[in-house]
Design a protein around this ligand. Structure first.
Ligand code: ZN
Length: 320
């Protein structure tokens, strides 16, 4: 049913009534948004969407000022820490605040992968800064790479939950705490890897190992980091997963491919954002995923008798 546009004077009456009834919001007519949610706002009646837009502009201005005006920055920091201290001095407040944030966190984590990515990445960055074994004397923490702020968004994406998270984990390719090297918390050094492979690898460091896809150039071409053909280590692992845990080879290959596709996408988006250029995506990448010749069958030979046959069947199913 179409509602007609309210006439002059009707708004005041409606919102006075809503206020008396103790309502927080009612449906009303906005000239920008037509019939929509209005906040009663003490009887004033404010379009929620219009109000959100206004708030966003004001908040953005305040954020700008916070970061650019040192005096205002100090003022706000003090205001916030004073308010927090006052709050925490009330018995039971700390527990209440903690409980509130725990609840908020679990609720947001359930519905917003981006939020999870941000939180996880933040945790990783803090760990990198503050938990270094080889922190130089006199420094209480390490400084993140200068380009960190430009990569942050892409890094957060790497930490977003994915469908195969029970099989994968994020790790720093070059160990963060090694006798000879310090791996950075940066895009090129954070990898999403098979948990099993990662456990094998430990914090070994070998730049000459071509078998490690994270030592290759970041592209989708044959021999690139995102080449869907499994490396020798991955082949070994896929074989192991199948013979020891019954995970079908085609499943492993699909997981590997989807995971690499996701990583490649994140990287391509990152590059296009930072450098304003589009990375050409090699159409053969998709062919290598789908074409029978694209999968190195011989790589999976060497199963003991029966499994070899099963493996071949598994592959034949992929080819169809
Ligand atoms: Zn409006």
């Amino acid at each position: 049913m179409e509602r007609s546009i309210p006439k002059r004077g009707e708004k005041r009456k409606a919102f006075d009534e809503a206020l008396r009834a103790g309502l927080e919001q009612i449906d009303w007519y906005c000239k920008h948004h037509e019939w929509t949610i209005f906040l009663v706002a003490g009887g004033r009646g404010v379009c929620k969407v219009c109000n959100d837009v206004r708030n966003e502009i004001t908040n953005a201005r305040t954020t700008q000022r916070y970061h650019n005006d040192p005096e205002y920055y100090e003022f706000r920091r003090k205001q916030i820490s004073d308010a927090l201290a006052a709050r925490l001095s009330i018995p039971g407040q700390r527990e209440e605040i903690n409980a509130y944030f725990r609840k908020l966190h679990s609720k947001k984590s359930q519905i917003d992968p981006q939020y999870v990515g941000q939180k996880r990445e933040y945790g990783a960055a803090v760990t990198w800064r503050t938990k270094g074994r080889n922190l130089a004397e006199g420094y209480s923490e390490r400084t993140l790479p200068a380009w960190y702020s430009r990569e942050k968004e892409a890094l957060q994406k790497l930490y977003e939950p994915r469908a195969y998270d029970d099989l994968y984990e994020r790790d720093h390719l070059i160990a963060r705490n090694h006798k000879k090297v310090t791996g950075l918390h940066c895009w090129a050094n954070v990898v999403v890897v098979f948990k099993k492979w990662n456990r094998w690898k430990g914090s070994k460091f070998d730049v000459t190992n071509d078998n490690n896809r994270w030592h290759r150039p970041a592209n989708r071409h044959s021999g690139g980091a995102f080449d869907p053909n499994p490396t020798l280590d991955e082949q070994k692992l896929i074989r192991k997963l199948w013979t020891e845990e019954g995970i079908a080879i085609e499943d492993s290959l699909r997981i590997l491919r989807d995971s690499l596709d996701q990583l490649a996408r994140t990287y391509e988006e990152h590059v296009s954002k930072i450098f304003g250029m589009k990375l050409p995506v090699d159409p053969a990448w998709y062919e290598r995923c789908n074409r029978p010749e694209g999968i190195p069958l011989e790589a999976f030979k060497g199963f003991d008798e029966e499994p070899a046959e099963k493996a071949m069947h598994a592959f034949l199913r992929i080819l169809n």
